[in-house]
Design a protein around this ligand. Structure first.
Ligand code: ADP
Ligand code: ZN
Ligand code: ZN
Length: 724
């Protein structure tokens, strides 16, 4: 007879809560329950069933109601979530809250997971026969006279049918039902004949289906990774299993979904943060029921139930969007490996620019590496050239050589991408008379000039102000934009190349959800064009007529204090360069810099990403930085500077004496002020993950008890990917 249910509740406290079992029903591990908490009620998940309460003496409250007769979360997911909460120092309830779609965190019955169908009842049929209805009702009865139709078909054939359906259903003439989602099976487009490397990759991973093994699929954009994924997913489907494919946020273009759907000929369940809550819950439940066979999603899709798991794939595994940067700070790529182990399936990490973490894992023999070196779609790899821009006469930041390359490309009727990873018109607005420049009052960093909106905007906190007509300090009217953003490059290129359309692609021009897609459609044909864009353009879209990538500036990345800046820069340059010459036309990449002799740029351009990554890894090993050491970052921020300092000093004092632990700080964050809050941090580092993790939980609890802990925002970040 179980005495106590141990329950995870969605509150940011690092504990579980004990309750007495409900009056009726048998709660199992993984079931949701409604419990009294504080003055209200909460939905929690049963994590364990214990014989006795963790804390003696207290009077336990009783579970109000059992919500699931069958556990909603299976044993594997429960185990993985417990591991994840422990590893990333999440509150257990927060981990469950991340795993469950919002609609499933409410005390409501599970939504039906089939498609919605409507049909006539017996009295509906006679009503149709006698013809005693008018207007929409009559039309709807006529449509359904030959059989049931799905809501989707009804919307296509009789817009506004729902009003009539409501009336007729109330009169008992129609009824609504749920059917398993229809498998539309459009004619599957045939797979290309895989080349030797692709076949080898498919054979190797295919041979380990059914057991855990991580693979790193190393191949640049256009090398045919997606074809390898597709061939493997086909094998998994043939075995009656499920495949989960994770993509970074910018990778989830409708183009990708269409390609999968057409090739696999099955329904692709898509899970991402833009879905409505109802759709998200239904997709999650269909995966749980096993009716969803192929699940495609961004970061949080790693929590999808996979009762018949066959394979997990993480595309562009180096992408930073796999790390959640607030609340429960998990890393979906790392969690994918953990889940694959628990599920006993292979996990395939694909990238043209693998993270140094994955390369180190491959080097240590934990991952097996598969290479795709040939690019099936391209004749040869793009030719890369460094432009030394020192002492050049620049036209809005662009050198004569760069502009000449653009001119050549357009003259040949081809497309050029001018790449600059900065939105807006100019990153600084300067008074030429007195030296004043526009700063964000809340961050003390320069405001970016957005000329089209006549605004100055802070890219750190979104503070906005109107563009001043004159210098607020000296009154001079001579305000000069310094540096270039995409908006300014667009303006300059429009003037310089009146013969070709200039299209800007950044967050500003693609705010509308389908705007980006539409822009890309217009580029699909063989017309000349100039694209100006940020990293939104780095990945995921096939632009067959794009033959030149001109990189305007990367020098900021060469000076950054973040030890990952070099790795990021190399990844970005290679990803962007990969956009050139995908189809039958050879591609060309020009990169202009004030530091043509920088060793990272040299090795990257002369020998490629693998060589640059090897050098970066050697450097990290030498100075004992991740992945050769392990970090945990304590961040604190408050409008009161002394609270931040006091909290971090106390946090440091609360650390155990341990020689294996290196402590840096308290020190100001790289951005010491943001949105009016003072920010500082304490960085812990250790060679052994185990010794670091051993003390973290008790330290976290000690931190929560510090008097200042309630007065400011603080968080612990395990394996932080940036120090901001
Ligand atoms: P990646 O995912 O590595 O960027 P893709 O799988 O998208 O590469 O392949 C790039 C292009 O080359 C696509 O248009 C794809 O259809 C084509 N492709 C891939 N493999 C082959 C092959 N073996 N033969 C012919 N075309 C191929
Ligand atoms: Zn001035
Ligand atoms: Zn700001």
């Amino acid at each position: 007879m179980p005495a106590v249910l141990r329950i995870a509740l969605p509150v940011p406290l690092p504990t579980l809560f004990d309750y007495l079992p409900p009056a009726t029903g048998e709660a199992g591990v993984g079931s949701r329950v409604l419990v009294p908490f504080g003055r209200g009620k909460r939905v929690g998940v049963v994590v364990a069933i214990e014989a006795a309460a963790a804390v003696e003496g207290g009077r336990l409250k009783q579970v109000t109601r059992l919500l699931d007769d069958e556990p909603l979360l299976d044993a594997e997911l429960m185990q993985t979530l417990a591991w994840a909460a422990d590893y990333w120092l999440g509150a257990p309830g927060e981990a469950y809250a991340n795993a469950l779609p919002l609609a499933l965190r409410e005390a409501k019955p599970l939504p039906p997971i089939g498609d919605e169908y409507w049909s006539t009842t017996a009295s509906g049929r006679s009503a149709h026969d006698t013809g005693n209805r008018r207007g929409g009702s009559k039309a709807l009865l006529a449509l359904l006279a030959t059989g049931a139709l799905s809501a989707q078909e009804l919307t296509e054939r009789l817009p506004g049918w729902r009003e009539a359906a409501r009336r007729l259903a109330a009169a008992g003439l129609l009824e609504r039902s749920e059917r398993p989602p229809a498998d539309h099976r459009p004619p599957a487009s045939p797979a290309p004949q895989l080349n030797e490397e692709q076949q080898q990759a498919v054979a190797t991973v295919g041979a380990s289906l059914g057991s855990f093994q991580p693979f790193l699929l190393d191949g640049v954009t256009g090398s045919g990774k997606t074809e390898v994924y597709l061939a493997l997913i086909e094998q998994v489907l043939a075995q009656g299993k499920q495949a989960l494919l994770l993509v970074p946020e910018i990778g989830l273009a409708p183009q990708t979904v269409r390609r999968l759907r057409q090739r696999l000929g099955v329904l692709i369940e898509v899970l991402h943060s833009n879905l409505s809550e109802g759709d998200r819950a239904r997709a999650w439940l269909r995966a749980r029921a096993g009716t969803a066979r192929v699940i495609l999603g961004t970061r949080s899709a790693i929590f999808t139930p996979l009762p018949q798991a066959g394979l997990i794939i993480v595309d562009e595994e180096h992408d930073g969007s796999y790390k959640q940067q607030d609340g429960f700070r998990y890393h979906a790529r790392d969690l994918a490996v953990v889940r694959a182990r628990a599920l006993g399936v292979p996990v395939l990490l694909g990238s043209g620019t693998p993270s140094l973490e994955s390369l180190a894992n491959a080097e240590a023999g934990r991952y097996r590496t598969l290479h795709l070196r040939a690019r099936p779609g391209a004749i040869r790899p793009p030719q890369v050239q460094i432009i030394d821009m020192r002492a050049q006469r620049l036209e809005h930041g662009m050198s004569p050589a760069l502009l000449a390359a653009v001119a050549d490309t357009v003259a040949r009727g081809e497309q050029a991408l001018v790449f600059r990873n900065r939105r807006g018109y100019a990153p600084v607005l300067l008074c030429h008379a007195c030296g004043w420049h526009a700063d964000c009052p809340r961050c003390e960093r320069p405001l970016t000039l957005h000329a089209g909106r006549r605004q100055l905007i802070c890219h750190h906190c979104d503070y906005r102000q109107r563009l001043p007509a004159a210098c607020p300090t000296c009154g001079a009217g001579d305000l000069k934009p310094q540096g270039q953003g995409t908006e300014r490059l667009e303006e300059a290129l429009v003037t310089l190349f009146p013969q070709a359309p200039v299209l800007r692609v950044d967050r500003e021009t693609t705010r509308r959800r389908d705007a980006f897609e539409q822009l890309l459609e217009t580029l699909a044909d063989d017309q000349p064009a100039i694209l100006v864009g940020t990293q939104m353009l780095a990945k995921g879209h096939d632009l067959p007529n794009l033959t030149l990538v001109a990189i305007v500036g990367v020098d900021e990345g060469l000076h950054s204090i973040d030890f990952r800046a070099g790795e990021r820069l190399a990844q970005l340059v290679v990803q962007v360069a990969g956009r050139a010459g995908r189809a039958s036309k050879p591609g060309r990449v020009v990169l202009q810099t004030h530091q043509p002799a920088h060793p990272l740029l040299r090795s990257l351009l002369a020998q490629g990403y693998a060589a640059a990554a090897r050098e970066l890894l050697a450097e990290r090993r030498l100075i004992q930085l991740p992945p050769y050491s392990h970090q945990v970052l304590l961040r604190a921020e408050s409008v009161r500077r002394e609270d931040v300092d006091g909290f971090l000093a106390a946090a440091r004092a609360a650390l155990p004496q341990d020689d294996s632990l290196q402590i840096a700080g308290p020190m100001p964050a790289p951005m010491p002020l943001r949105a009016g809050r003072h920010r500082a941090q304490l960085l812990l580092e250790a060679a052994s993950r185990r010794s670091l993790h051993g003390m973290l939980r008790s330290w976290q609890l000690a931190l929560a008890r510090l008097p200042l802990a309630r007065k400011l925002r603080w968080s612990l970040d395990v394996d932080p990917i940036d120090l901001y």
